[in-house]
Design a protein around this ligand. Structure first.
Ligand code: NAP
Ligand code: MG
Length: 499
């Protein structure tokens, strides 16, 4: 048993928000699941229950979709001007900002990610997303083409909201993923039914209270907690949902794509990754090692774009591996809500078993464990930050998304064989991100062109808000963020007038 952590704000969360059974937010009202079923919400840092939430199913999803449909066609939402909608979104961003500390704590308690990260990355980025997308309310346009003086038609295009959106989110960044879907959907004029992951639904429900507080019209955003196979599947199957926006695993993403075909729902999929980190001998090795440690252990490796396959040039391989191992050993591992935690727990026992079985498979296939490799014996679901070296492309640890604190390293020799290096980097079914470290511009640009990935960073660059995010290959379909992200919640209609 570990010492109880005294974190400011935790007691009031337990005595307030978490003390009552958490309900579904449908049509502006808080309701129990029609079946009366609930499920336990766990703190992965202790393995203990922290709340009970309503287990919504197809019946509740149907109520929520009806509420969203009604709000889409009638009431204040469709008659609001674009500017009014934008103002409401800015008000929402202010409300999230006012409650940022509390939301971050709730997020860390439920999902286990360190509170300094949830506060300064997840919640901060969600606020930015709301403000950024609020700007799009007044800027979405159709177009018209130049017509010749002889033309007998005047043709233009209209951009319209796609309709009712089903948003399905994962547990590793639950608040940010939910807001990244809701904010462009609202900017486009859609209404939403959100199905958060059952392993971390709390911050979405607190967000529901803020939606109520700022006066978002009833039914514009509905939140149905529950299991993927019941509530999530019901949203995918519902004939009156126009679009599914999903973030999660490639396996579930494929089943959603097939399910959505029934009524040809529009689909955006943000899926898994196995992103390469490529370090050339001329790079700033200190910076590269520090950043690589950060991206893999940020969220305990449970981060879709984490750099999980490390390719370091043989001249610097030993230095990189040792630098990485030293940093990994010094990381402060602990509960998400503790202010000094640098790496939190894994989300569940099931995920711990999965991560440990990959480490075991790597070891038996000949990978060398440079550091870590074991479970940490304490309450909750903790695994040591782990570095595997001598990894080969045919190993499962190289190919599969482990979604745990495991970095796989191998060396390369040629710096002039960009095609060969890119082929190695591209040798998985994924294509979400890639990180390149070199001072040689030709090398950086040459590889950036050759690597099949939605986001490529060089020397630690970070993607900024107006830029789209998403995957090549089996890392997804479509993009979130930027103009592409908001336009994905619209349909385009061409109108032609005979003159
Ligand atoms: P998951 O198992 O695919 O679940 C994601 C969501 O889908 C959850 O809300 C889940 O519900 C729901 N779901 C499960 N089965 C469903 C079904 N048949 N129909 C509809 N919904 C269903 O993924 P996860 O384990 O939560 O998250 C980890 C994965 O997400 C990783 O692969 C990671 O790479 C990916 N991810 C990608 C991005 C990105 O932007 N590309 C970002 C973050 C995470 P329940 O969990 O409640 O059952
Ligand atoms: Mg939880």
């Amino acid at each position: 048993m570990n010492a109880v952590i005294a974190t400011p704000g935790l007691d009031s969360l337990h005595a307030g928000f978490l003390a009552r059974p958490l309900q579904l937010f449908i049509g502006g009202q808080w309701l129990p699941a029609q079946s009366g079923q609930t499920f336990a919400v766990l703190d992965p840092s202790t393995g203990r229950d922290i709340a009970q939430a309503a287990a919504g199913d197809a019946v509740d999803v149907d109520l929520a979709v009806r509420a969203a449909r009604k709000a889409f066609h009638t009431g204040p939402w469709p008659s609001m001007s674009h500017a009014e909608r934008g103002k409401l979104m800015l008000k929402l961003a202010d409300a999230v900002e006012r409650h940022a500390d509390e939301l971050a704590l709730l997020e860390s308690l439920d999902g286990g990610n360190p509170v300094r990260m949830t506060r300064h990355i997840d919640i901060a980025m969600a606020i930015d997303s709301l403000r950024y997308n609020a700007g799009w309310t007044t800027k979405l346009t159709g177009s018209t083409s130049l017509s010749s003086p002889q033309s007998r038609s005047f043709t233009y295009s209209l951009r319209e909201p796609v309709g009712v959106v089903g948003a399905i989110t994962p547990w590793n960044a639950p608040f940010l993923m939910a807001v990244n879907k809701i904010s462009p959907a609202l900017a486009a004029g859609c209404t939403v039914v959100l199905k958060p992951a059952e392993l971390a639904p709390l911050s979405a429900l607190r967000f529901g209270q803020l939606l109520e507080e700022i006066g978002l019209p009833p039914g514009v955003v509905n939140i149905v907690t529950g299991f993927g196979a019941a509530a999530g599947q019901a949203l995918v199957d519902h004939p009156d949902v126009n679009k599914i926006s999903f973030t999660g695993s490639t396996r579930v993403g494929k089943s959603i794509l097939m399910g959505a075909a029934a009524n040809m729902k529009r689909v955006t999929l943000e899926l898994g990754g196995k992103s390469p980190v490529i370090i050339f001998p001329d790079a700033d090795i200190e910076a590269a090692t520090a950043a690589t440690t950060q991206t893999i252990f940020f969220k305990t490796g449970q981060f879709c774009a984490a750099g999980t396959r490390l390719f370091a040039h043989r001249k610097v391989f030993e230095r990189v591996v040792q630098g990485f191992a030293d940093r990994a050993r010094k990381l402060k591992v602990g509960p998400g809500v503790a202010a000094d935690t640098e790496m939190g727990p894994i989300i569940s026992q099931k995920q711990v078993d999965r991560v440990m079985s990959y480490i075991g498979a790597g070891r038996s296939q000949g990978a060398e464990i440079v550091t870590g490799g074991s479970r940490i014996e304490r309450d909750g679901y903790f695994v040591e930050p782990t570095l595997l070296a001598n990894v080969r492309p045919d190993m499962s640890v190289f190919q599969d998304e482990i979604f745990g604190p495991v970095l796989c390293a191998m060396s390369f020799s040629d710096t002039d064989e960009l095609d060969r290096l890119a082929a190695l980097a591209n040798d998985t079914v994924y294509g979400l991100a890639a990180n390149i470290w070199t001072r040689d511009l030709s090398m950086a640009h040459g590889l950036a062109r050759r690597i099949q990935a939605g986001t490529i960073t060089v020397n630690g660059g970070s993607r900024e808000q107006p830029m789209p995010f998403g995957g090549y290959k089996q890392s997804g379909l479509g993009r979130e963020g930027g103009r592409e992200g908001v336009e994905a919640y619209t349909e385009i209609k061409t109108v032609s007038i005979g003159l």
